[in-house]
Design a protein around this ligand. Structure first.
Ligand code: OAD
Length: 248
C-alpha cells in the first residue's frame, strides 16, 4: 500500500479531522513562501526589519509599503487545486468533523470556499488601527498614503501576527479545542518551525491522535507522524481527497 492509500485509510477511520496549513499550500498560486532558499520572503527580506512591532515603530512607511505590496500580489493570485480540494473535504465532513487551521494570511482558502478557516496569523487583507484596534478590510489598493492614517488619528497596521506578538485569542482557543478533540491532524505545506503551530502535531499525538504530513521537503515533524508524504500540495491533496470522497 502506498503512502497516499495509507493516509486515506487512516483518515477514513477517523471522526474528527484537523488540518494545519502553511505557505506551501499557496506556493502553486504564486504566493511566495517564507523559507524557500531562493525566492522565499525571508531569503530576500529580514523579518526583524519588517515583521515586528519594533520595525513598524521604527519605519512605519517601509513596513506599510511592504505589506501593501504583498496585499496587492495576493489579490492577483488565485486559489489552486489544493485550496479547492480542502474546501471540498471540509464541505463533505462538515464543521463538527473538520477544522481548518491556517498560518497563511492570503485568504486563498476562503476564496476557494473554506469560509471557516481559522487564521492563526491574521490576514494581509485587513488593516487595524494602532489606537482603537478598529479593523478595515476595504482600504484602497494600493494605499493612498504610506503610512496610512486611521480615522481615530492613529496609523493603520496590517492585521497580521508579528514576531513577538501573541496569536489572536479566539483563533488560539478554537485551535486548542480542535486539537484536543481530534483523532487525526494533517499538516500541509509548513516547515513546522514557528511556534505555537509547530507544536500542534505533537499536541494532537499526545492524546492519541494520528498524524499525517504532506510537504515538498522533510521537516522536524516528518519522523514524528504516521505518514509523511513528500510532494506538491496541488497534486497530493486533490489525489487524497479524491480517495476520501470516492464512493466505493
Ligand atoms: P515556510 O516558508 O516556512 O515553509 C513552507 C513549507 O512548504 C516548506 O517546508 C516547503 O518545503 C513547503 N512547500 C513549498 N512549496 C510547496 C508545495 N508546492 N507543496 C507542498 N509543500 C510546499 O512557511 P510556513 O511554514 O507557512 O509567520 O511559515 C510559518 C510562519 O513563518 C508563517 O505563518 C509566517 C512565517 O514567518 C509569521 O509571519 C508570524
Amino acid at each position: 500500500m502506498n503512502d497516499l492509500d495509507r493516509a486515506a485509510e487512516i483518515l477514513r477511520a477517523c471522526e474528527r479531522t484537523v488540518l494545519l496549513t502553511g505557505a506551501g499550500v499557496s506556493a502553486e498560486s504564486g504566493v511566495p513562501t517564507f523559507r524557500d532558499a531562493l525566492d522565499g520572503l525571508w531569503a530576500k527580506y529580514d523579518p526583524m526589519q519588517l515583521a515586528t512591532p519594533q520595525a513598524f515603530e521604527a519605519d512605519p512607511a517601509l513596513v506599510t509599503r511592504w505589506y501593501d505590496e504583498r496585499r496587492r500580489r495576493v489579490a492577483s493570485c488565485e486559489p489552486n487545486a489544493a485550496h479547492r480540494a480542502i474546501s471540498r473535504w471540509g464541505a463533505a465532513l462538515g464543521p463538527d468533523r473538520f477544522t481548518l487551521l491556517t498560518q497563511n494570511v492570503d485568504r486563498l482558502h476562503q476564496r476557494a470556499g473554506s469560509e471557516n478557516a481559522v487564521e492563526l496569523h491574521g490576514t494581509l487583507l485587513v488593516w487595524r488601527c494602532t489606537l482603537t484596534g478598529e479593523t478595515a478590510a476595504d482600504l484602497p489598493v494600493p494605499l493612498p498614503h504610506c503610512p496610512m492614517p486611521s480615522p481615530a488619528g492613529g496609523l493603520y497596521r496590517p492585521d497580521v501576527v508579528w514576531f513577538g506578538e501573541s496569536l489572536p485569542p479566539e483563533a488560539m482557543r478554537t485551535a486548542a479545542r480542535a486539537i484536543e478533540d481530534c483523532d487525526v491532524i494533517v499538516s500541509i505545506g509548513t516547515s513546522a518551525v514557528v511556534e505555537p503551530a509547530a507544536s500542534f502535531v505533537a499536541w494532537a499525538r499526545n492524546h492519541g491522535a494520528a498524524a499525517i504530513e504532506i510537504n515538498r521537503d522533510a521537516t522536524p515533524i516528518s519522523d514524528a507522524v504516521d505518514v509523511s508524504i513528500r510532494g506538491l500540495a496541488a497534486e497530493i491533496v486533490p489525489a487524497l481527497v479524491e480517495r476520501l470522497l470516492r464512493v466505493d
